[in-house]
Design a protein around this ligand. Structure first.
Ligand SMILES: [Zn+2]
Length: 294
């Protein structure tokens, strides 16, 4: 797996940054879900952001769910990441096709739509999950996440995400970066960052041009002294299992399970994240019924 994320901090500690290369991850997502180009771009941007946000989680078992729901034809996007930056996700309608924007770019904003929300759920195991939710700004995802950080977490941030689709519809380049101001950042730091960010090329062209995650941060933080604090691998990995699906079936409760047994005599459950199909015959379902509560 050659996808990875680097984390960086400026010398004075007032700016932190993350940069990711996720080309393989998004190609895998595209293969699993057979996504159209605009769906690949939307899912790819969301998975890339989730990977970086997952890598920020402190506890080993912590997970993060990033959900985007607009009124566009995609119908919604879900991405889940763990603290080791394993990600999985899906779009509701993976075959959406839309005309390109006048500038020739994929119209992710239109595919996602507006009049909706972006939500982040951080699950810390036994403790209460942290839930943040903001209305969508443009449906372009990076902009929506920038707004999310400002509004919901009061962390001034810039999120940039890019997915470049090749002529054969595979993913040619994917990745992104997140830059955040830490407490103590002054106006001068903000001005410098804004000026730099206004001048750098789009993420997808930087990565397709051969830039590494380090090269991207060199561009973003070029006016600062900075150093890399960590490097983590990232990739598309589904952690579903027969045991998990069994627990999900048990949690339906006795009444629901009885209904399935009587009406269908079997069950077939497909994992939304990897399309693995789990089949249960009548005998197996009856076994689960014994474990279910009323
Ligand atoms: Zn799965």
């Amino acid at each position: 797996m050659k996808d990875y994320i680097i984390k960086a901090l400026t010398k004075d500690g007032t700016v932190r940054a993350f940069a990711a290369i996720t080309t393989d991850m998004i190609n895998k997502a595209r293969q699993i879900h057979d996504t159209s180009p605009v769906a690949t771009a939307a899912l790819g941007r969301t998975l890339t952001a989730a990977a970086m946000m997952g890598s920020m989680l402190k506890g080993e078992q912590d997970t993060l769910t990033l959900q985007i729901k607009g009124d566009g034809p995609l119908g919604g996007i879900v991405a889940v990441a763990d603290s080791k930056a394993n990600v999985k996700g899906y779009v509701h309608q993976s075959h959406v096709d839309l005309p390109l924007k006048p500038d020739g770019k994929l119209d992710v904003g239109k595919a996602v739509g507006k009049n909706g929300y972006l939500s982040i759920v951080r699950d810390f195991g036994l403790k209460e999950p942290y839930v943040g939710r903001v209305p969508l700004v443009s449906g372009e995802i990076a902009e929506d996440l920038t707004f999310y950080y400002a509004r919901s977490e009061q962390i001034p941030s810039v999120v940039a995400l890019g997915v470049l689709i090749d002529v054969d519809l595979s993913v040619k380049a994917a990745g992104g970066f997140i830059v955040q101001l830490m407490p103590g950042a002054d106006d001068k730091t903000i001005d410098i960052l804004e000026n730099t960010l206004a001048q750098i090329p789009p993420v997808s062209s930087m990565i397709s041009g051969g830039m590494t995650a380090e090269d991207m941060l060199d561009k973003v933080l070029n006016k600062f002294e900075w150093s890399r604090t960590d490097t983590v691998n990232t990739g598309y990995n589904c952690d579903c299992s027969r045991e998990r699906i069994e627990s999900a079936l048990i949690s339906l409760g006795k009444k629901e399970l009885k209904g399935i047994i009587e009406e269908q005599g079997k069950a077939e459950v497909t994992c939304h994240f990897c399309n693995e199909i789990y089949r249960f015959n009548k005998q197996e379902l009856e076994h689960l019924l014994e474990a279910a509560s009323s």
